[in-house]
Design a protein around this ligand. Structure first.
Ligand code: THU
Length: 159
């Protein structure tokens, strides 16, 4: 039996096509890349979440001389939210970057490990919109995090 997996996403040409709220959040995420600690890759990543409460939380990638010790911005952000606001629900999560060695003009999507974390967090709380953007150029908006990772592993698999 053949199955098909489909999900919806929207591509926007630039900031001006977004709602005022999303635009503000994207600007904040782009700006927050300056707080990354990425002396090794020079690839500054920022993740910013607007909660249903209206609160905003921010994080960045944090690298280490022992490379695997570094953590991506998205998982750093989920740790911040789960620690500071465990009862708040994410409404929108933005991922942006500033590539100090090259261009930052197209959206990046979270790495595989972060997708697993983002999907599980969505299941713990509620669905949230994911916005992917560089410093300029097209912006992609997904309706939820789970579309990023079909066949994700979950606690249900361990029952
Ligand atoms: N990085 C993130 O923070 N998020 C991603 O989704 C992709 C990669 C970081 C990890 C590392 O510090 C740098 O970007 C280059 O891989």
């Amino acid at each position: 039996m053949q199955q098909e997996y489909k999900f919806n996403y929207t591509i926007y040409n630039n900031l001006e096509e977004l709602t005022a709220e999303d635009k503000q959040l994207v600007i904040a995420a782009r700006d927050n890349t300056k707080n990354a600690f990425a002396p090794y890759s020079k690839f500054n990543v920022s993740a910013v979440a607007k909660m249903k409460s209206g609160n905003i939380y921010k994080a960045t990638n944090q690298e280490n001389a022992s490379f695997p010790v570094g953590i991506c911005a998205e998982r750093a952000l989920l740790s911040v939210i789960s620690s500071y606001a465990p009862n708040e629900e994410i409404e929108t999560l933005v991922v942006s970057y500033d590539n100090k060695n090259g261009k930052s003009n197209h959206p990046i999507s979270p790495c595989g490990m972060c997708r697993q974390a983002l999907v599980e967090y969505e299941g713990r709380t509620a669905g949230y919109k994911v916005i992917m953007t560089g410093q300029e150029g097209e912006i992609i908006i997904l309706e939820n995090a789970k579309s990023l990772l079909p066949f994700s592993f979950s606690s249900d698999d361990m029952k």
